[in-house]
Design a protein around this ligand. Structure first.
Ligand code: EPU
Length: 418
């Protein structure tokens, strides 16, 4: 298993490029199952979760070809419309194929995800939404099977709770339903909008994606298309925080500043300068000191839960007390004990972490537990005194494309040990 060896204390400078968004690429790949024609997706990051989704599509019978960051999927035959346990257990986003498969193949069998490191993460909302469109579902042997032999029927669906992949799953299924589907209380994440843009290029009739009401007029079939995935706002945000924590000055290139509003506001509040140099470049410059800043994670456009762990690492270096509240997942503070082992002063009180800073962090042997928690340990290590070893780097590889190479190029002392 790979490890990272990081020697802290280097100030980051230069330009860091942004990869395509993992969380937009995952539903986009699933959307390819909706048509028999080839779909080409550009800007697909080469990370483990995406490789897992590629394997899953191949399992269903689709032909998947990768050329650099371009992936072409031809789902001409869907011989096995299922997501087996072996795949789902390593990547919960596998449930994104449920909607497309039942819409196109009229049947889908997807392993139920179990608990995971950041919370229970059930898929009940995906299932209830598809049932509302007329699918009958049946659960046994750890699988959920959905059937719609006569096709899905458009309907008004109001989500009890905002769900990102649930919204995407339903939106994809509804593109091939009879009549109109209206999704109320839909997720407004940029990734939802990006998938809607892809689906529209494939011939779907969708309006309102990016707002909390999405309308989908079902069509008989979708066709092939070519689409470039949006930049990864979480990756860009992680590098912005890396710059701030090391007292650096970094250009984040190829990003989408409009998707990073909540983080930019909080970084400025903490004393970091963030300038929009042009439409796709942000210049981030650390100030002399960092001020304590509170965050509360919320659905988009609020502060992203996927940047909470990284921001907490930053607040260990800020003067004063910062309150970090996690509203989306019930168990997303696993980085806190590891940061504490490095010298941070963090107290957990239910869904809130109280960070007292600044503390001098010192290098230690720490363990990655989930994707974003691992990223926060990398950030802490960049500013810690001495050497940090991070075990179980495969968690980082799930969602960050060559993170060590990008950080090295900006001056970090980080090595991968295989
Ligand atoms: N929820 C339910 N039932 C459901 C679905 C969700 O109770 O059927 C709950 C979840 O347990 C959670 C809340 O609703 O408490 C929101 O979960 P959501 O469904 O929005 O999360 P997701 O779609 O499974 C996506 C991202 C996550 C990101 C969350 C929140 C993808 C592939 N994953 O997950 O990304 O944290 O939205 O923004 O888009 C990551 O990239 O590290 C990551 C975990």
């Amino acid at each position: 298993m790979d490890r990272f060896l990081i020697r802290g204390g280097q100030r980051l400078t230069g330009t860091i490029p942004t990869s395509g968004s993992k969380n937009a690429a995952l539903p986009a790949l699933a959307a390819c199952l909706l048509t028999a024609d080839p779909v080409t997706l550009e800007g697909i990051p080469n990370v483990r979760d995406i490789n897992t989704m590629e394997r899953l599509l191949a399992h269903t019978g689709a032909i998947v070809q990768r050329d650099g960051n371009s992936v072409t999927v031809a789902a001409t035959n869907l011989d096995r419309p299922e997501a087996p346990y072996d795949v789902v257990k390593t990547m919960r986003a596998s449930s994104l194929v449920l909607g497309p498969l039942v819409a196109r193949a009229k049947v889908a069998r997807v392993s139920m995800p179990g608990g995971c490191a950041i919370g229970a993460r059930p898929i009940n909302l995906h299932v209830t939404a598809l049932e509302a469109l007329g699918a009958t579902t049946h659960q046994d042997h750890g699988y959920i099977e959905a059937r719609a032999p006569k096709g899905l029927q458009g309907k008004l669906v109001t989500f009890d709770k905002i769900t990102v992949t649930g919204t995407e799953d339903l939106m994809m299924a509804a593109t091939l339903a009879n009549g109109e589907t209206i999704i109320e209380n839909a997720a407004r994440e940029p990734e939802v909008e990006d998938v809607a843009n892809l689906l529209t290029k494939m011939g779907a009739k969708i309006s309102g994606a990016g707002t909390s009401t999405i309308r989908i007029q079902g069509v008989a079939r979708l066709h092939g298309a070519t689409h470039r995935i949006i930049p990864d706002r979480i990756e860009a945000g992680t590098f912005m925080i890396a710059c701030a924590i090391t007292g650096g000055e970094v250009r984040i290139a190829g990003c989408q500043p409009a998707h990073l509003g909540a983080l930019i506001a909080k970084l400025r509040q903490a004393g970091v300068t963030v300038e929009e140099e042009n439409a796709d470049t942000l210049l981030v410059r650390a100030g002399d000191t960092l001020r304590s800043t509170d965050i509360t994670t919320e659905e988009h456009p609020g502060f992203a839960t996927d940047l909470q762990a990284q921001f907490m690492a930053l607040m260990t270096q800020a003067t004063g007390i910062s309150f970090v509240k996690e509203n989306i997942f019930e168990n997303r503070f696993m980085h806190a004990p590891e940061l504490t082992r490095m010298g941070a002063n963090i107290r957990i009180d239910g869904r809130q972490a109280i960070v007292a800073g600044p503390t001098q962090l010192s290098g230690a042997q720490v363990m990655a537990t989930d994707l974003r928690a691992s990223a926060s340990l990398v950030l802490a290590a960049l500013v810690a005194k001495g050497e940090t070893t991070i075990d179980r780097v495969y968690h980082i590889d799930r969602g960050y494309e060559r993170i060590e190479e990008k950080l090295q190029a900006a001056g970090a002392d980080i090595t991968r040990i295989s």
